[in-house]
Ligand binder design. Structure first.
Ligand code: AMP
Length: 577
């Protein structure tokens, strides 16, 4: 059987796992399970992915991109060095790197993958994720919702449970809440709600805004004029955010405009952190209330609250859970790993692995899908109304049909506009695409056209229209309002990406160390710097020498030097190969 890996393609970090009797994580070239979802360019346009790219983003933000998952499914261009990429292209580079890591670790070719997406990802975002997989040379066998994958991990390890579980998934950029029921190995997703623009990064950004305000900077100006300062400040705020887990207050070193450390500080307290993020906490409440309402379940009927995604480590999130559900969250699995492990279990389900023989899983469509219709009020016809075809939280896969009709006599065409969302008016929903129906036989108004929506297990929608009188069918591909790519454009993009060279794998650890030194160099005093940079230069030099003893000695000296400067370098784990 061809190996099928599970990938959690996160906003901040990505992970990869395989099922082998049970789900197992796969380490990357640095021996780590978490690969930052970051893409950078070093020396003459060589690509670095993951931790080295994240380091690069701090010292030279114009040479690296992070958080691009937030732009999936849009045509927005992201600049890396002097090249432009879409979020799909950058994601495909991360996926390619994970694929190669898995191939090296498992010593087999990998061509098939299950990729997870936030439950609330819309059709465009899901299609873009699938396309990113294809661009990376992967056949995407299933796009699975992140909370569903998390639920699978719990379900797999607790197959005899009889429980109602709420999964709260707060990653770097998205928030999903799912209620499911486990009963004798069957796992039923009952309802899902969420926001695709709310995550841990927003909490960090609030701190960044607070620090800038305190020092008299405007965010937009800082973003435009001092990107290095902003990148460094974000890193500092990220550190502070994590410290609030244990500390009541902390200080942030406010960088200068070129991003170097200064002795200016900002004092921040946990209370202040809660205060500036109050409106974000309010936004978190909404999807929770919605899933409880949709399933008619009371908070105290929930047996377990499972936390997923790095940002659920924040104390304010745990307090929120305790307050609402009157119980501590269940943290049996690492919130960073649970989704990737579940993706591998989903892969085992697809492969009919004997170890998951007794598991059955049903998922739901997280949002309502429908079309625009015209309503008649007396003699007035007003467009812009929404007619749902598949209601939110319907079990998937699902296929539903409804009938629309012409408004005018002798009308031969109807433009079907497809939307996703819960509002009465289409203007407040997300437009997914259009389908043109022509050749309707002339005649009086109210000629019927059948519209069928098929929503598959990947969460991807197919729309078909059918004129009963002529038997003519239209569909099934939607023309997205976000410009879809033709096959030719996709091939061109793949070709362009293939021309880019990945930084040599055997040197990736050294490159990571060098980029780390680059950052430290900006942090230490000028007095310390001269000496330090001599050691770094020597290390760089030793990389091209064939004398392995010399290289090992210099590397060791550099590590000692970093420790003595108060910036110890945590050595990547044992080589994964
Ligand atoms: P994910 O997309 O699941 O990898 O989640 C990444 C998000 O989790 C980022 O916004 C991180 O800042 C946040 N995060 C990770 N660890 C912690 C922590 N210990 N405390 C607060 N936030 C964290």
């Amino acid at each position: 059987m061809e190996p099928l890996i599970g990938i959690d393609l996160g906003t901040t970090n990505s992970l990869c796992a395989i099922f082998d009797g049970e789900p197992r994580l796969i380490p990357n070239a640095l021996g780590e399970y978490l690969t930052p979802s970051a893409v950078g360019m070093v020396d003459e346009d060589q690509l670095v992915i993951g931790a080295p790219a994240k380091e690069l983003q701090i010292t030279q933000p114009n040479k690296a991109a992070v958080c691009f998952k937030r732009l999936m499914g849009t045509n927005e261009k992201i600049r890396v060095n002097d090249r432009e990429f879409t979020a799909t292209e950058l994601s495909s580079l991360v996926l390619k790197s994970l694929k190669e890591d898995a191939e090296k670790f498992l010593k087999v070719d990998i061509q098939n993958a299950v990729i997870t997406v936030p439950a609330y990802f819309n059709d465009n975002q899901r299609k873009a994720t699938k396309l990113a997989g294809e661009m990376a040379g992967l056949r995407v066998r299933r796009v699975v919702n992140e909370p569903t994958a998390a639920a699978l991990t719990y379900g797999f390890h607790d197959q005899n449970a009889d429980k109602k579980i709420l999964v709260m998934d707060l990653g770097g950029g998205t928030f999903d809440v799912t209620i499911m029921e486990i009963f004798e190995g069957s796992l039923e997703i009952m309802a899902t709600a969420g926001e695709s623009f709310l995550g841990g990064e927003d909490f960090t950004n609030r701190l960044v805004h607070t620090c800038l305000e305190q020092k008299g900077y405007n965010f937009e100006i800082a973003e435009l004029k001092f990107p290095q300062m902003l990148a460094r400040l974000t890193k500092e705020c990220e550190r502070a955010k994590r410290l609030f887990l244990t500390e009541e207050s902390t200080t942030i070193s406010f960088p200068d405009e070129s991003g170097k450390s200064t002795d200016k500080i900002v004092q921040l307290s946990r209370k202040q952190f809660s205060d500036v993020n109050r409106h974000l906490m309010k936004r978190l409440e909404r999807p929770v209330t919605k899933v409880l309402r949709d399933t008619d379940i009371l908070p105290d009927e929930i047996d377990d609250v499972i936390l997923v995604g790095g940002a659920t480590r924040m104390t304010i999130i745990r307090e929120f859970v305790c307050q609402l559900f009157k119980k501590e969250p269940n943290c049996k699995f690492d919130p960073d790993q649970v989704v990737a492990l579940g993706a591998a279990i989903q892969a085992a389900l697809i492969d009919d692995d004997a170890a998951v023989d007794d598991m059955v899983m049903t998922d739901v469509c997280p949002f309502t899908l429908g079309i625009e219709v015209v309503k008649t009020f007396g003699s007035r016809e007003i467009g812009g109304y929404y007619m749902p075809i598949i209601h939110r939280n319907t079990t998937i896969p699902v296929s539903k049909e409804d009938v629309i009709s012409t408004i005018h006599a002798n009308q031969t065409q109807i433009q079907i506009r497809v939307f996703q969302g819960e509002s009465r008016k289409v203007a407040d929903n997300i437009k997914l695409g259009e389908l043109a129906v022509s050749g309707i036989p002339r005649g009086p108004a109210k000629q019927e056209v059948f519209v069928r929506f098929c929503y598959d297990a990947n969460g991807i929608l197919d729309v078909e229209a059918y004129i009963p009188e002529t038997g003519k069918k239209f569909g099934t591909v939607l023309t997205n309002h976000v410009k879809g790519l033709s096959n030719k454009e996709i091939s061109k993009a793949i070709e362009r990406l293939q021309q880019l060279k990945f930084y040599p794998r055997e040197d990736i650890k050294n490159r990571h160390l060098l980029l780390f030194c680059e950052r430290v160099s900006g942090d230490i005093s000028l007095f310390e710097r001269k000496n330090f940079e001599d050691v770094v230069d020597l290390f760089e030099e030793s990389l091209s020498s064939n004398d392995r003893d010399f290289f090992a000695r210099v590397r060791q000296d550099l590590l000692i030097c970093l420790s003595s400067l108060g910036h110890p370098y945590s050595e990547p784990k044992a080589d994964s190969e």
